[in-house]
Design a protein around this ligand. Sequence first.
Ligand code: MG
Length: 376
Amino acid sequence: MKQSRKNFLKTSGVIAAGTIVASTPVSSFASTIIKNKGSKMKFSFKPYTLELKHVFTVAVNSRTTTPVMLTEIEYEGIKGYGEASMPPYLGESQETATKFLSKVDLSQFNDPFEMEKILDYVDSIDEKNTAAKASVDIALHDLVGKLMNQPWYKIWGYDKTKTPYTTFTIGIDTPEVVKQKTLEAAEFKLLKVKLGRENDKEMIQTIRSVTDVPLTADANQGWKDKHYALDMINWLNEQNVLYVEQPMPKEMIDENAWITQHSPLPILGDESIQRLNDLIKMKDVYSGVVIKLMKCTGMREANKMLNLARALNMKVMIGCMTETSCAISAASQLSPMVDWADLDGALLIKNDPYEGMKVIDGKVTLTDYPGIGLKS
Ligand code: MG
């Protein structure tokens, strides 16, 4: 259901006065769609485009923007905020999210505290669409936390002082640029390096020429031979690398398991482990898991994965996409319980409409604002 011009102006005005900084142009929210206006929980969503500070290069392409959807659930005058971040290579878009979110009908629920029931319903609407589902999950968590007047790390009983340092990713570039970016990242206690290309050792050596901070490595399925991968991991171990993400393609289960068995470093499944069920299947293949809200449908399932991984004695890293402080603050609520965090997503954008978790001296630093921790 498309909203009327009148509603658009009304909604944008409320948002501009509430959580969006003054410099954010209202025209960014040109197509807010409001669902279920007559029901107790009013759900709305709108596309937004994140502008990156620097060109972002991954193995397949380069880009300067990331499409997201911003969501809201309003209940008795209180608003919860959510977000879906959809980097193009993961298969979701503002079009697919609009289609999915248009089907979400919260009018059948009267009580936002029925979170399991509501989020089971959202998950059942369609397959996949994990980021779109996360945008509802995060908004509902924000709302319920605000109704309880507590942040989620407290509701879950996690210790705010136990938050980890976040890694900061040094993008693939020429040695001169890599050196410069490494020097600029002096605030961070851990740097992340994308590997899985021809010049892996050169990237590491270039960074090592200017800093000795611990590194983490993400091969993004880029290594195609298990012996080559293990040789690289042994070499990385000598370079003070702490763990390696997704050494080989996710389909190569036996090879990844063999690497985990022989590796001196923890091997984390990322592309291999999207949701809770994947974690159950892959528990003997990897020694750790990368949990991301956009992969696993949000905070509810992320917390289940975190606790299952802990019970299985697996390492846990919490990661992100390029996201605003909304989804990053939501993920940060879980961070006191993880081994490592890669929550630099909001630091990479120019037009963050929210204020929430901050990285201070390289450390994930939670706010005491209720819900997901956004300043309102
Ligand atoms: Mg990864």
